[in-house]
Design a protein around this ligand. Structure first.
Ligand SMILES: [Zn+2]
Length: 268
């Protein structure tokens, strides 16, 4: 830019992460539709009475005016579109919201359009406030996010040879990104996770369905356990390290008073 004035743009965003910066500032990781993940500072956001402070909390859906910077952008104005307040008063729902926010951050790219991920995230945060079935929403979200970002696990055919799979129990390899037929499972030294026929049916159903149409899907305890392991290990292999919030999610599930989580859906 030849003029001395910095460029300013306005964007919707979801605050995916923040940390303290200096005396009173905040550093934000924001998911935006046009530019994917961007980082921006919010000057003075931690001062009492700050105009920005009340709008840029974790998982707020906001409208921002941003001054473009070479290394870091700067938030000059912020307005809340949706704070998803109903989800914040319930630790069970909030922990799941933090998990899907962290997952979105890990698989999104910086400075590339992310319209589909953005829309998926704000819709899912909205549903988290009211759904009767938070865990099914998280499983569905995970599969949809992986599909949008090009990391869809293969549940249809053998990921190695492409052969159709018999309707039977099979195994899943996170390393290879899908189910394996009996012939291919013996080749290779990767970790193989059990994928029973029931779990495979649920995974296929989740992958091709929309939320909230899938909300009331009933998943048995054994299937839940298998699906959880498959999705966790696949996600971890995609982002190549543990999602920070997944340990937190496990912790919250173990709390006896983790809020009104439907009894049949609690992790054992
Ligand atoms: Zn095969």
């Amino acid at each position: 830019m030849t003029s001395g004035r910095p460029n300013t743009f306005t964007t919707e965003a979801v605050v995916l992460r923040h940390s303290d910066l200096g005396e009173a500032d905040r550093l934000l990781w924001l998911l935006t539709p046009e530019r994917g993940v961007i980082r921006a500072t919010a000057r003075g956001a931690r001062k009492p009475g700050s105009k920005l402070g009340g709008h840029i909390d974790l998982l707020f859906h906001v409208k921002l005016s941003i001054r473009e910077g070479r290394e870091l952008h700067g938030v000059s104005q912020a307005d809340t579109i949706d704070a998803f307040r109903a989800m914040r008063t319930d630790i069970g729902r909030l922990s799941r919201a933090l998990y899907i926010g962290e997952l979105s951050l890990r698989v999104s790219v910086e400075d590339a359009p992310s319209h589909a991920v953005f829309r998926l995230l704000i819709n899912s945060l909205g549903w988290l406030a009211t759904t009767e079935n938070e865990d099914t929403l998280v499983r569905w979200f995970t599969l949809r996010l992986l599909t949008i970002t090009g990391f869809k696990p293969e549940f249809g055919a053998c990921v190695e040879c492409g052969d159709e799979l018999e309707p039977a129990d099979h195994v899943f390899s996170a390393e290879r990104g899908g189910l394996l037929c009996p012939r291919c499972r013996s080749q290779g030294s990767d970790v193989l996770l059990p994928a029973g026929l029931g779990s495979i049916k649920v995974l296929r159903h989740l992958t091709r369905s929309d939320y909230p149409a899938i909300e009331s899907l009933i998943i048995g305890a054994e299937e839940r356990r298998q699906i959880e392991r498959i999705l966790r290990s696949h996600t971890n292999s995609v982002i190549d390290r543990d999602v920070r919030s997944s340990a937190f999610l496990d912790e919250v599930r173990d709390w006896p008073d983790a809020g009104p989580v439907p009894g049949g859906l609690r992790a054992e």
